[in-house]
Design a protein around this ligand. Structure first.
Ligand SMILES: [Zn+2]
Length: 261
C-alpha cells in the first residue's frame, strides 16, 4: 500500500493586505484568517517544489481504489463561501493554473444573492456577519474548474444538531442545502465538509447516504500535522487548517519529511 500522505490545505478568509481584519489579528483572532501576500507565498512554494494541485474527487477516487494520484499531490479547500474566496483567491489560483474546492454555507449564499447579510457561527471567529459570495459567483468558481462541496445550510454543528433533533435534523440541513445547489448550479455536491469538525459515527452514516466523502476539520495548538493517506476512510478525510498562526516555516514542514515521518 502506498504510504503517500496527501495534504488537504483548508483556508477560510484570505484578505487583501490593507484589510482591517489582518491588522487586528492576534492570537485567537488570527484563526481562519490569512493575508494575500502570505497566501501567494504558499502558492509559489507549491509551484516551485513541483506539487500538483489535485481535486477532491481525484483524492476520493484514489481512496476508493483504482485511480492514480500524482506523487506530490495537494488539494486546496476554501470553507464557507466567503466573498474574499471569490475576490481574492479565484484570480490568484487562476494565475497559477490551480483549482480548488469551495464548501459554501447555502444560507449565506442565499442571503448574499438577495442582498441581505447573514450571521453564522464559526469555531474560528465566533458569530460573524461577513460578506458571502452570491450564486453567480459560485457559478464562476465552477466555470473556472473548481469543485463545489456541501457544508450544510446553516453551518450547524452537525453532532449537536443530531443530539437535539436526531437524524431528521441532519437530513433537513442536507436536503435544504442540496435543493439550493440543484436549483442554482444544476447539480448536487458529492463531497461534504463538517462545519467546525462536529461529527459522530451516526452523522457519518446519515451523511454517507448523500455524499461520496466526508471531511474532518480541526485546529490545534501546537499544530498537529494531519494528512489523508491511502488507508484513510472516505468518511473521514483529514486536512490541515492554514491561517496566520501557521508560520511559513511550519507551512514548508507540511511538505517535507518532518511532518510525514
Ligand atoms: Zn465552515
Amino acid at each position: 500500500m502506498s504510504d503517500q500522505a496527501v495534504p488537504i490545505l483548508v483556508y477560510h478568509h484570505v484578505y487583501p493586505e490593507a484589510a482591517p481584519e489582518l491588522e487586528s489579528a492576534v492570537g485567537d483572532s488570527a484563526a481562519g484568517i490569512i493575508g494575500v501576500a502570505e497566501f501567494e507565498r504558499h502558492l509559489q512554494y507549491l509551484g516551485d517544489n513541483d506539487w500538483t494541485v489535485v481535486s477532491t474527487s481525484q483524492i476520493v477516487d484514489w481512496l476508493r481504489g483504482g485511480a492514480e494520484l500524482p506523487e506530490r499531490a495537494v488539494a486546496l479547500h476554501f470553507d464557507n463561501g466567503w466573498l474574499d474566496t471569490f475576490q481574492v483567491v479565484l484570480p490568484r489560483l487562476r494565475d497559477n493554473g490551480f483549482s480548488a474546492t469551495c464548501f459554501p454555507i447555502t444560507d449565506g449564499i442565499e442571503a448574499a444573492s438577495e442582498g441581505r447579510s447573514a450571521a453564522v457561527r464559526t469555531l474560528t471567529e465566533g458569530v460573524v456577519d461577513k460578506p458571502f459570495m452570491n450564486w453567480g459567483q459560485v457559478q464562476q468558481l465552477c466555470d473556472a474548474g473548481w469543485e463545489i462541496g456541501a457544508h450544510t445550510a446553516t453551518h450547524c454543528r452537525v453532532a449537536d444538531r443530531h443530539e437535539e433533533e436526531g437524524d431528521a435534523g441532519v437530513v433537513r440541513e442536507v436536503e435544504v442545502a442540496n435543493a439550493l445547489f440543484r436549483r442554482h448550479l444544476g447539480f448536487t455536491p458529492t463531497h461534504f465538509a463538517y462545519p467546525s469538525g462536529s461529527r459522530n459515527d451516526r452523522t457519518d452514516e446519515v451523511l454517507s447516504a448523500y455524499y461520496r466523502s466526508l471531511r474532518l476539520w480541526h485546529f490545534e495548538w501546537p499544530i498537529r500535522w494531519s494528512f489523508t493517506r491511502a488507508d484513510t476512510p472516505v468518511d473521514a478525510t483529514d486536512c490541515q487548517n492554514i491561517d496566520l498562526r501557521v508560520s511559513f516555516a511550519d507551512f514548508q514542514r507540511i511538505f517535507t519529511s518532518e511532518a510525514t515521518d
